[in-house]
Design a protein around this ligand. Structure first.
Ligand SMILES: [Zn+2]
Length: 211
């Protein structure tokens, strides 16, 4: 069973995705990570991506889907995929679903649900590690990263205007996209602390992933 993860920024989607993927031995598909990996690759697709990035162009939906297709073709038999941050828009969802159906995949969508006020509060108060980019919530009071010892800083794009723009994009583009998956949708309450959210995610997913 593949999972398509949705969540407003600040919902803890990335962190939760990692723990769910680990729990069920899934591979994570994350567009940014795949782009970075492929652009170092000598394959025709790798070279194409490298030239798009070097020209400073945005990667089109078609190319994103070529990347998904490539990922699915290289997937080890019997491995499930967790899609993190894709699809963002309806057009991407339709293309992604085509690929999944072509490959005979079973999939569900998972929404980590938080209120906009919660997202705003978390995003304006969080800090990130300068070195490893780990994210720390406001209640983490030390000035250095637990993992690598790096300095914690406020991201320059975590200013109220930029945050509002990102949350608006989620409401205007991603919320209608999630509607496409309404019959396959599991909703997890993202309001509690992340370890509680992780626990309820596993409770919700266990019957599906093990059944
Ligand atoms: Zn760090």
């Amino acid at each position: 069973m593949d999972l398509i993860f949705f969540g407003m920024q600040g919902a803890g989607k990335g962190t939760l995705g990692k723990s769910v993927a680990k729990q069920y031995g899934m591979q994570i598909f994350e567009t940014g990570g795949e782009l970075r990996k492929l652009s170092k690759d000598q394959s025709p697709l790798g070279q194409k991506i490298k030239s798009i990035i070097e020209a400073g162009h945005l990667v089109s939906n078609e190319v994103v889907m070529e990347i998904v297709e490539n990922f699915m073709n290289n997937l080890q038999e019997g491995t499930s995929v967790l899609f993190d941050g894709i699809p963002r828009k309806i057009e991407q969802a339709n293309l992604l679903n085509e690929i999944l159906e072509k490959h005979g995949r079973n999939y569900k969508a998972v929404l980590i649900d938080i209120k906009k006020e919660t997202a705003l509060k978390r995003l304006t108060t969080r800090r990130i590690c300068e070195k490893c980019k780990a994210v720390y919530p406001a209640d983490y009071t030390k000035d250095s990263c637990e993992g690598c010892g790096g300095t914690l800083v406020t991201r320059s794009d975590d200013n109220p205007e930029a945050i509002a723009a990102r949350l608006d994009a989620f409401e205007n583009e991603t919320v209608p996209t999630i509607q496409i998956y309404r019959e396959k949708l599991l909703t997890i309450d993202g309001e509690p602390q992340i370890d509680k959210v992780a626990k309820s995610a596993i409770e919700t997913l266990d019957p599906i992933m093990k059944g």
